[in-house]
Unconditional design. Structure first.
Length: 279
């Protein structure tokens, strides 16, 4: 997601999936805040974000890649069973606009339906929503998505900036990005980005981000609820159990708690500096 972060921090790209470039779902027409977590390339990252959501009784929406579904099927089964919304982030995290330009509509269609087949194989419930990798989409890719049953193609209006270089910027500035949205905002974060080492910053600031929105009377909601679906009923007992879900069925459970929040002095540091890995 690095390209998208550099281009789109602080920019609202909240369009519904239609064959038109017109935005049919304006931010002001929605209510609540939807916390969305992409990629899923770290089992620990998934569990820690989930643990933070459970501790705060906060619904979240996940957009794992098909690779994550295949690598951690039991984690995703338990998250699905608890009632969380899970949407499509394609089979291989390739730019849909680049796929369209180089390989045509067939490749875009395969990227979307390949994810859906992976979800069907592991037996999870999904929502017909698509988060395009890197946020890269256009009228033609949206049209392909709609043709295979996607109802919403959605980017974001605020971000944890958690795929930015971990030795750059400060934790405080990343919190500021994550909390910059208002009523109806979609917030982007990650549970282990594609090709990047796990960095626990996301889970460590999540409770603080939640508190900021709640202090402004902006209620966290599942993404599909924000767009008119019934309010999701999360089974918090199952959700708590899922924080220790093994990657594969039959493996030992892995007890996982939300990591401690950053101390006040650490907020002036970069995530990497706070972890002691930056010079």
């Amino acid at each position: 997601m690095q390209r998208a972060i550099s281009l789109l921090i602080g920019v609202a790209l909240l369009f519904s999936a239609t064959p038109s470039t017109e935005a049919t779902e304006r931010q002001g027409a929605r209510s609540g805040v939807a916390f969305t977590f992409d990629d899923g390339m770290s089992a620990r990252g998934i569990r820690e974000v989930l643990a933070a959501a459970v501790a705060e009784r906060t619904p979240v929406t996940f957009f794992p890649t098909a690779l994550s579904l295949k690598r951690f099927p039991q984690i995703w089964r338990e998250i699905s069973a608890a009632g969380f919304a899970i949407g499509n982030h394609t089979d291989g995290h390739r730019s849909l606009t680049l796929l369209l330009a180089t390989s045509g509509e067939v490749a875009v269609r395969a990227a979307i339906t390949g994810w859906r087949e992976a979800a069907r194989t592991i037996g999870i419930k999904v929502i017909p929503y698509l988060r395009p990798p890197y946020g890269e989409r256009n009228t033609a890719t949206d049209r392909v998505a709609v043709s295979v049953g996607i109802t919403h193609v959605l980017n974001w209006g605020a971000t944890f900036a958690d795929t930015a270089p971990r030795c750059s910027g400060t934790i405080a500035k990343r919190i500021a990005h994550a909390t910059s949205g208002g009523e109806g905002v979609i917030v982007l974060a990650h549970t282990g980005a594609k090709g990047r080492a796990y960095e626990p910053m996301t889970a460590r600031i999540f409770a603080q981000v939640i508190a900021s929105y709640r202090a402004r009377d902006i209620t966290p909601v599942s993404l599909d609820t924000m767009f008119g679906a019934p309010k999701r009923v999360i089974d918090w007992t199952l959700a708590a159990l899922a924080t220790s879900a093994p990657a594969q069925l039959g493996q030992p459970r892995v007890p996982t708690a939300a990591p401690a929040p950053y101390r006040e002095a650490e907020l002036k540091l970069s995530p990497g500096a706070a972890a002691g890995v930056c010079g």
